[in-house]
Design a protein around this ligand. Structure first.
Ligand code: SF4
Length: 470
């Protein structure tokens, strides 16, 4: 697949015809969505917690500059070195400089979308640093030479059989069919890297302003090992990750974990407050925090500010019927699914990702699933409108939309059309759903039937049914 958001449609078509991918997605999305739904249903105060988390995020974003200044002051007071990068090129320059100055030869890295965003690999390569991905999914995806397909799990799109084939081909391991054996193979390979690495690199789930702390959540424990074992640790985080107080954390931890994997809490919660002090049993001797802007300040000032409320739980991905059919790779950049369809145009430029806001049925499942109430559906609609006004829509699509709007605005025309379609439906399919239609509608019936059209117009049916109820 092409690593390019502009190629979304081509990539999505490829994904739809990939049988192994379809099986993997059906399995993985179904499983994670069921776990999330069960975790949410068993959390009594879910709606109240969502409301509180959403309010806290909005409040924080409204004074982000103050909270960031406080975070930097407190982190530096405790011995961390804080860097700020305006864009990806500047961020890569800082990463390369830190690696060189700290004399790093090998870096272990845990999954971080911010690091992906700035192409951190290139910076380490430029500094002559060998790099090992330690997130299990990320390790597998890298061996396979594939980009991450989910915010939380890079190898979300791969079946166990596919992982086994990669281990066989790249590591010379014998075939294995169960997940435990496969993860044991990966762990054994990674263990040695942790002990040799001079630097660990991670993202941050949250940055706490009042204490200058970095909060890392993980389930496999590798992010924790990467943060505590190497001599130097480098955190790469977006500026929006700040929360004002330590007391704000619990609500986010409870929501994030349930929304991400259905667990009440993450398996590991690591809080780094400055580098290791005398008497500390573990922790890096040097702690660097790289805060990246990369377009976030512009988002903060505009109508899409609430997109920065996102806490990267991935719930909107599992809830989205489009993501469920095509997976993450067709989105072509760091952020897939509904939040990717919003963030990619905002961070990488609308002209780079004009197709992504269309990658949605606007069913609203993403907005309903979001634990911090990012208005994803409304933003997708707004971005579609932006693509239209920036001249990025095809003339045929604009003409079709204008025609559609003019019919929908005229009750008489709509009613006449409905009657004609109702009659046609009766003649062609005897009122039954159609299982196949000719081009250009053939795509619709490839995966589902087209419902029969009612013989009476919608408004008539509405009146009859409302009358029956009154
Ligand atoms: S937009 Fe909401 S649901 Fe999607 S990843 Fe962000 S926090 Fe999670």
């Amino acid at each position: 697949m092409e690593p390019d958001s502009r190629a979304f449609e081509r990539n999505a078509l490829k994904a739809l015809s990939d049988k192994e991918l379809q099986d993997a997605l059906e399995n993985a999305v179904g499983r994670i969505e069921a776990r999330r739904a069960a975790a949410v249903a068993s959390f009594d105060g879910f709606e109240a917690a969502r409301e509180r988390a959403s309010g806290l995020r909005r409040e924080t974003l409204s004074r982000l500059g103050d909270h960031l200044a406080r975070f930097i002051e407190e982190a530096e007071k405790r011995g961390a070195v804080v860097h700020v990068a305006r864009d990806a090129a500047q961020a890569r320059g800082i990463v390369a400089r830190v690696a060189r100055e700290e004399g790093v030869a090998l870096a272990v890295r845990s999954k971080s979308t911010a690091a992906e965003e700035i192409s951190l690999d290139d910076a380490l390569r430029e500094a002559g640093v060998e790099e090992v991905e330690t997130d299990l999914g990320g390790y597998v995806a890298r061996l396979a030479g594939e980009p991450p397909s989910h915010i939380l799990s890079s190898a979300f799109h791969m079946t166990r059989e596919a992982v086994s084939r990669v281990f066989e081909g790249k590591l010379g391991e014998p075939p294995a069919a169960d997940a435990a054996t496969l993860s044991a193979i990966a762990r054994k390979r990674l263990e040695e890297s942790f002990s040799r690495a001079g630097m660990g690199v991670s993202g941050a789930n949250f940055l706490v302003a009042e204490t200058g702390s970095v909060v890392l959540l993980s389930n496999d424990g590798n992010a924790r090992a990467g943060a505590l074992l190497p001599r130097v640790h480098l955190v790469v985080a977006g500026i929006e990750k700040v929360v004002p107080r330590m007391a704000d954390l619990p609500v986010f931890l409870r929501l994030l974990s349930r929304s991400a994997s259905g667990q009440p809490l993450p398996s590991y919660v690591s809080i780094l407050t400055g580098p290791r002090r005398d008497g500390d049993a573990e922790g890096p001797q040097r702690l660097h925090v790289l805060l990246i802007d990369c377009g976030r300040s512009a988002i903060l000032e505009g109508k899409y500010r609430d997109a920065l409320k996102c806490i990267r739980c991935g719930a909107c991905l599992s809830a989205c019927p489009v993501y469920g059919c095509v997976g993450g790779r067709p989105y072509g950049w760091v952020y897939p699914g509904p939040i990717g369809a919003v963030l990619t145009p905002l961070l990488a430029g609308l002209s780079e990702a004009a197709a992504l806001p269309d990658a949605s049925t606007l069913c609203g499942a993403c907005s309903d699933a979001c634990p911090v109430k990012v208005p994803l559906s409304a933003f997708l609609l707004e971005l579609r409108s932006d693509t239209r006004f920036q001249g990025l829509k095809a003339p045929a699509e604009i003409a079709w939309a204008k025609g559609y709007a003019s019919v929908m605005k005229r009750a008489g025309v709509l009613e006449a059309l409905e009657r004609i379609l109702g009659e046609l439906s009766r003649l062609v399919s005897k009122g039954h759903p159609l299982s196949g239609m000719p081009y250009p509608f053939a795509g619709w019936t490839e995966r589902r039937d087209f419902p029969s059209v009612a013989r009476r117009p919608f408004r008539k049916l509405w009146k009859i049914r409302r009358g029956a109820r009154e």
